[in-house]
Write a protein that binds this ligand. Sequence first.
Ligand SMILES: [Zn+2]
Length: 455
Amino acid sequence: MTDHLLITHAHLVVDTGYEIADGWVAIADGTVTAVGPGGSEPPLAEGGRTIDAAGRLVTAGLINTHHHMYQNLTRAFAPSADGSLFEWLTTLYPVWAGLDEESTYVSSYLAMTELLMGGCTTSMDHHYVHPRPRLIDAQIRAAREIGFRFHATRGSMTRSVEDGGLPPASVVQDKDAVLADSERLVTTYHERGAGAMIQVALAPCSPFSVQKDVMIETAQLAERLDVRLHTHLAEDHDEDAYCLETYGMRPVDYFEEVGWLTDRSWVAHCVYPDDAEIVRLGAAGVGVAHCPSSNMMLAGGTAKVAEMRAAGLPVGLGCDGSSSNDAASLWLEARTALLLSRYRQGPGTPTALNAREVLDVATRGSARCLGRDDIGHLRPGASADVVVWDAHEVSLAGAHTDPVEAWLRTGPARALTTVVAGKVLVDGGEPRLAGLGDALTDHRRVSRRLQRLAD
Ligand SMILES: [Zn+2]
């Protein structure tokens, strides 16, 4: 591993609205130390490495704001086209009840590796299935072994079928167990300040998978511990009817009633708020993880990204779980977000995003969702999370005028080099991780076991 890096001759996107056509970025000890135009490069420190990115786009690493990594154990498993979200979940819950420390560790290890290959350098994970203890500890172990920047979230479900919820009793916990483990994880692992590699947020699965007091007390605990809050919100039309019937109000009203309408919260999907609710969410500073592939795979609607950005909501990008979106490439999500924003465009509804706006969503917007300003850009002082993008010369042929539009509109693009905290983790397009071979072998065994297939 190299502590000093110099990436040269790039089309460098330093930050939203700040690009250098023939640029370089210098990195030392996990931090961006300087950027500049070609010809002004600093001398390389002894033992350092230069990466010539001639003809390539270089950006800050993309940031994933919604995922369920354990779901790569059941990829392409449940039918997705002919059932509702609720039916899809009830098919999978009994399978996920088999999760243990080993399966959580290997699924996280592979999920993080896959994200790195797609140019993602920071991800959250929403882990809400806890049939056995210490599963998030296993995820954090995987992140630390890889050197991946990771926001664990302590998910929870407390309402089983017997309480009118969806999941079986084997994957839910009681409130005291959830809150105690939430506090333990924050106290043990949460790092504060610029450069943090591990953070922990609190994340009931959805407002309807836990009781009201769990939502309220989770928000109070997040306030006391000064950590962030995450959940699914307004993902599905069924949720409107469910909340009206159960609580006598719409999901966003309930969200406010339980104390979550604050800038401490970011939520996944947020497909079905009405226009007035978008204004309220924006005024409160609630962030949204936009998950375009998942929305389309589950045949749902999609978030009103342009309208939300205009209303002041931080909007980030998410790949969502690997059982609904079976791919986990943030580049692919970015391209899908671009296409979907244009598909929604109609007379009087200017929703179309350009490639730079989508890149802003995937970097700065995502960073805001996670409550950070040290990632998502490459200004001096930023954490050194950098991607040199690869794209085959055949697919780029003819794309001469705008390297950022070409990056998103040609492709398929993956990372040639991915750097996290100054460490090169993908090199020459391949992950360079000591534990990857074992993780692949173990993943094959445990995923087949969970799916009850012969190995
Ligand atoms: Zn999700």
